[in-house]
Design a binder for this molecule. Structure first.
Ligand SMILES: O=c1ccn([C@@H]2O[C@H](COP(=O)(O)OP(=O)(O)O[C@H]3O[C@H](CO)[C@@H](O)[C@H](O)[C@H]3O)[C@@H](O)[C@H]2O)c(=O)[nH]1
Ligand SMILES: [Mn+2]
Length: 741
C-alpha cells in the first residue's frame, strides 16, 4: 500500500531535554545534601547544638514539602515535545466528519451577552463545511436576553459569514475584527469593493450591537432579574432559524441551537460540568457529531483553522484510536507587556503542557479542545441489556440509540423534525438521577475543576491527548486583569484541584497503576501544588522571628553546607529565569511570576486548601462563582500602566500585609541585632530571606504608603486593626514556642 504523507510531526528539542535532565540531577543531589544536613542536627547533643528543635523542624518540614512539589514538577521537564500539523493533507471536505461546538454561558450580568455572541459568531465562521458544523449554546442563566441575542446573531451571521469567506478574513470574531487594534486587511486595503462591503458589514454589526443593548435596557426596566431566573426554570431548547432573509444571497449557515437545561433550587446542577453534560445529551439526539469543540463564552476563535488542525490528529490512523482530545493552549488578547498578574499562566501553557504532551498528553483545560464524543461514553459497551444501559446513561432510548450509531462522514446530518420531547427530557434535572452521569459518563462531577478531573480519568482509562499549539493562536480569551478576580478564580481552582488530590482517585495512588509514573507525577503536581501555601507561610515567619532572636537555622557562611543552600537557591532561580526567557518573557516577567506565586500561595492557595478540607468534612458546599468578564475602564487603565489594582476584600489583603509587616519589622530588628552582636555570618541566609520577600513584594509597600490612585491599599481602620492583630497573634504564639528546645 502506498504510504501517505503524515498529518502531523513531532519535534523533540534534544538540547532542552538534556539540559533539563542535567539540571534535575544536580538539583536533586543538592537536595539530598540538604536533607543530610538537616538530619545530622538530630544526632547532635541537644545541649550544644545551639538551635531549638521546634523551628528547625518547621523549616525542615517546609523544605521537604517544597522538594516534594519540585520532584513532582520534574516530570513535566522530562520529555517536552512540540508538534507541527499539515491540514492541507486532510481528505476532501466531503469526507470530513461533522463537528459539534459547545459554548457555555452562565450569567448575563457577569458575561456580557455581546461577547458571548462574538464567541458564537467566530465559531460559526470556522473554516469548515457549514453543513457539518453544529453550534450549541448552553445558557445556565436561562436568560431571554441570550436567546434573543442569538436570534439576532443568526441574522447577522447571514452577512458576516459570506463576507469572511469571500475575503478570506483571518480574524472571524467581529468584535476583534472591527476593534482598532486589529487592522490587517493586507492587500485588500486598496480594494474598493472590499472597503464598501466592510463598511456595510460594520454598520450591520453596530445595528446588531444596539439591538442587544436595547433589549437589555428594556428588560432592565421591566424588572426581570436573571438571578432568580438563573436557578429556577424549565428546560428551554430552541433551534435558531431565520426565514426573513429573502434580500441576500442564500448561504448555508451552521446549525444553531439554544439550550437552557432545567434548574431547580433543590437539585444540584454541578455547574459547568452539568451544563456540558446536558448539551452532550441533547446534541447526541440532534446531530451526534463524532467530535466536539468546547468553548467558554470568554474565549473566541481568533483564527478559523483550528477544526482542520485538530482533525490532523483525530483522523490520523495511528494516533486516533486512543486519542480522546486535542487541546489548544489558552491564550489571551488583553495581556499587557509585563503581564503583572501572570494571567496568561505562562508556565502552564508554555512549559507544562508541552511536557505532558511528550508523555501521554496535556491535561484537559476547560476550553479550546476538540474531544471525541465516544471517549465520554464510559464503558457502556460492557452493558448487555437495555435495562443495564438505562441504569448507566438514563432512560432515553433515542440517546441510547445515538451511542450505537456508527458515525460515518455522510451519515451525520441534523435530525428533522427535531425530537422535541426527547431533548426536553434529556435537559431536565431529573434525567441523571440514579445514573452514572458525572461519575463514569460525560464530564465528571465532584470538583469545580471538572476539566482536570475529566482529563485525568480519561488518561487513567487508557485515552491519550495531544497539544496543538500552532504559531498563530487559534483561540483567544479574556484574561483576568485585576487582583480580586485573580484571587477569587485562584481560590476556586486550588480548592477544586486539591479536591481531586484528596479524592479516592488521587493521582499518586490511582495514577501509577493506570498510566505511566511520569504522567501521574504531572497530575500529582497539578493537584498538590496548592500545598505550597504551607511552606510559604512557614518560611515567611519562622526564619524571620528566629533572626530577631539570634537563633540560626541555616549553616553559616564559612560552613561547606552554606554552598549547598546557595546552590539550591540559585539553581531554582536560574531554572525559572531560563524558562521565562526562553518562552518569550523578560527579567521583569520573572520577577512578576515570583511575586504572584507568593501572593497566590499566601491567599488563594491557603483559602483553596481550607475550602477543600472543609468540603471533605462536609462543612462547606462546592461553589462555582463565574469570573467577572465585564471590562472596567479605570481598572484597564491601571492594568495597562502595570499598576496593581488592590481593590479586593480584606480577606485577601490582610494576610499579605500582615506577613509583610512581620518581614519588614524582623528585618530591621535583625539587622540591628546582627550589627550589635556581629554574628552576620551565622545569620546571613536569614537576613536574605526577608530582604528578598520585601524586594519582590515592593509593589504592596508602594500601594500602602506611596500610591494615591484608586488601586492603592486604603489603610482603613479595619485593615490596620486586623493586620496588626494577625501579626501580633502570630508573633506572640510562635515566639515563645520557637525558643523551646
Ligand atoms: O454554573 C456554571 C458556571 C460556569 N459556567 C461556564 O463555565 C465557563 C468557565 O467559567 P469562568 O467563569 O470563565 O471560569 P474560569 O476560571 O475563567 O475558567 C477556567 O476554569 C474552569 C474550572 O474552574 C474551567 O471550566 C474553564 O474552562 C477554565 O477556563 C464559562 O463559560 C461559564 O459561563 C457554566 O456554564 N455554568
Ligand atoms: Mn474564563
Amino acid at each position: 500500500m502506498e504510504k501517505t504523507l503524515p498529518l502531523s510531526l513531532i519535534h523533540v528539542n534534544k538540547s532542552l531535554v538534556f539540559a533539563n535532565r542535567l539540571h534535575m540531577l544536580l538539583h536533586f543531589t543538592a537536595i539530598c545534601f540538604m536533607v543530610y544536613y538537616r538530619l545530622c542536627f538530630f544526632l547532635q547533643d541537644p545541649q550544644t547544638r545551639g538551635t531549638p528543635l521546634f523551628p528547625w523542624l518547621l523549616v525542615f518540614a517546609s523544605e521537604i514539602i517544597l522538594s516534594f512539589v519540585w520532584i513532582l514538577g520534574q516530570a513535566f521537564r522530562w520529555h517536552p515535545i512540540s508538534r507541527t500539523v499539515f491540514p492541507e493533507r486532510l481528505p476532501q471536505d466531503e469526507k470530513l466528519p461533522a463537528i459539534d461546538v459547545f459554548i457555555c454561558t452562565a450569567d448575563p450580568t457577569k458575561e456580557p451577552t455581546l461577547d458571548v455572541m462574538n464567541t458564537l459568531l467566530s465559531a460559526m465562521a470556522l473554516d469548515y463545511p457549514p453543513e457539518k458544523l453544529h453550534v450549541y449554546v448552553s445558557d445556565d442563566g436561562g436568560s431571554p436576553l441570550t436567546l434573543n441575542a442569538m436570534r439576532e446573531a443568526f441574522k447577522f451571521a447571514r452577512w458576516w459569514l459570506p463576507f469572511c469567506i469571500r475575503y478570506r478574513i483571518k480574524c472571524r470574531c467581529p468584535k476583534a475584527y472591527f476593534s482598532a487594534l486589529e487592522n490587517d486587511d493586507g492587500d485588500l486595503s486598496g480594494n474598493i469593493e472590499f472597503i464598501a462591503d466592510k463598511k456595510m458589514i460594520k454598520d450591520k454589526y453596530e445595528a446588531f450591537k444596539e439591538d442587544i443593548e436595547r433589549v437589555k435596557k428594556d428588560q432592565g426596566k421591566s424588572g426581570d432579574t436573571d438571578g432568580i431566573m438563573g436557578q429556577n426554570h424549565p428546560p428551554i431548547i430552541e433551534v435558531i432559524q431565520d426565514s426573513s432573509s429573502s434580500e441576500i444571497e442564500q448561504v448555508t449557515l451552521p446549525f444553531l441551537a439554544y439550550v437552557s437545561r432545567e434548574k431547580k433550587p433543590s437539585r444540584p446542577h454541578h455547574f459547568k460540568a452539568g451544563a456540558l453534560n446536558a448539551l452532550y445529551r441533547v446534541s447526541a439526539v440532534i446531530s451526534n457529531a463524532p467530535y466536539i469543540l468546547v468553548l467558554d463564552c470568554d474565549m473566541f476563535c481568533s483564527a478559523p483553522a483550528s477544526a482542520r488542525q485538530a482533525l490532523c490528529f483525530h483522523l490520523d490512523p495511528e494516533i486516533s484510536p486512543s486519542l480522546a482530545f486535542v487541546q489548544f493552549p489558552q491564550k489571551y488578547y488583553n495581556i499587557s507587556k509585563n503581564d503583572i498578574y501572570d494571567s496568561q499562566h505562562r508556565s502552564a501553557y508554555k512549559v507544562l503542557w508541552q511536557g505532558m504532551d511528550g508523555l501521554r498528553g496535556p491535561v484537559l483545560s476547560g476550553t479550546g479542545f476538540y474531544i471525541k464524543r465516544e471517549s465520554l461514553y464510559g464503558n457502556y459497551k460492557i452493558k448487555d441489556t437495555n435495562l443495564e444501559l438505562q441504569q448507566y446513561v438514563g432512560t432515553s432510548n433515542e440517546f441510547i440509540k445515538s451511542l450505537k450509531q456508527n458515525c460515518t462522514p455522510d451519515s451525520v446530518t441534523v435530525r428533522h423534525p427535531l425530537p422535541q420531547e426527547e431533548t426536553l427530557l434529556l435537559a431536565s434535572c431529573n434525567y441523571e438521577t440514579g445514573t452514572k452521569w458525572g461519575q463514569e459518563v460525560g464530564f465528571l462531577y465532584g470538583t469545580v475543576c471538572e476539566d482536570v478531573h475529566t482529563g485525568f480519568i480519561l488518561n487513567c482509562n487508557g485515552w491519550n491527548s495531544v497539544l496543538c499549539d500552532p504559531p498563530q493562536p487559534q483561540f483567544l480569551g479574556n484574561g483576568t486583569t485585576n487582583l480580586n478576580d485573580l484571587l477569587i478564580q485562584g481560590t476556586r481552582w486550588y480548592s477544586g484541584l486539591l479536591d481531586i488530590g484528596l479524592s479516592r482517585l488521587c493521582p499518586l495512588i490511582c495514577g501509577p497503576l493506570r498510566m505511566s509514573l511520569l504522567q501521574s507525577l504531572c497530575y500529582a503536581e497539578l493537584t498538590y501544588f496548592p500545598l505550597y501555601c504551607l511552606p510559604l507561610w512557614c518560611l515567611a515567619i519562622v526564619p524571620q522571628l528566629c533572626l530577631v532572636d539570634g537563633i540560626p537555622l541555616y549553616p553559616k557562611v564559612s560552613d561547606p553546607f552554606f554552598f549547598i543552600f546557595l546552590f539550591i537557591l540559585l539553581s531554582a532561580f536560574t531554572k525559572h529565569l531560563v524558562e521565562v526567557l526562553s518562552t518569550g518573557g523578560t527579567f521583569r516577567k520573572w520577577n512578576v511570576e515570583q511575586r504572584i506565586w507568593m501572593i497566590r500561595s499566601i491567599t488563594s492557595h491557603s483559602y483553596g486548601c481550607l475550602d477543600a478540607v472543609l468540603k471533605k468534612f462536609g462543612l462547606r458546599e462546592a461553589n462555582f462563582l463565574p469570573t467577572n468578564k465585564v471590562e472596567d475602564d479605570e481598572q484597564t487603565r491601571l492594568y495597562q500602566m502595570d499598576k496593581y489594582d488592590f481593590r479586593t476584600s480584606n480577606m485577601f489583603l490582610v494576610p499579605m500585609v500582615a506577613l509583610l509587616i512581620i518581614n519588614i519589622s524582623s528585618f530591621i530588628g535583625g539587622v540591628y541585632r546582627v550589627l550589635s552582636v556581629g554574628d552576620w555570618d551565622k545569620m546571613f541566609i536569614q537576613l536574605c530571606i526577608p530582604a528578598y520577600a520585601i524586594v519582590v513584594n515592593y509593589p504592596i509597600i508602594e500601594a500602602l504608603v506611596i500610591r494615591k490612585d484608586v488601586g492603592r491599599i486604603y489603610p482603613s481602620f479595619a485593615l490596620v486593626v486586623t493586620c496588626n492583630i494577625l501579626a501580633t497573634a502570630i508573633i506572640s504564639t510562635l515566639y515563645s514556642q520557637l525558643r523551646k528546645a
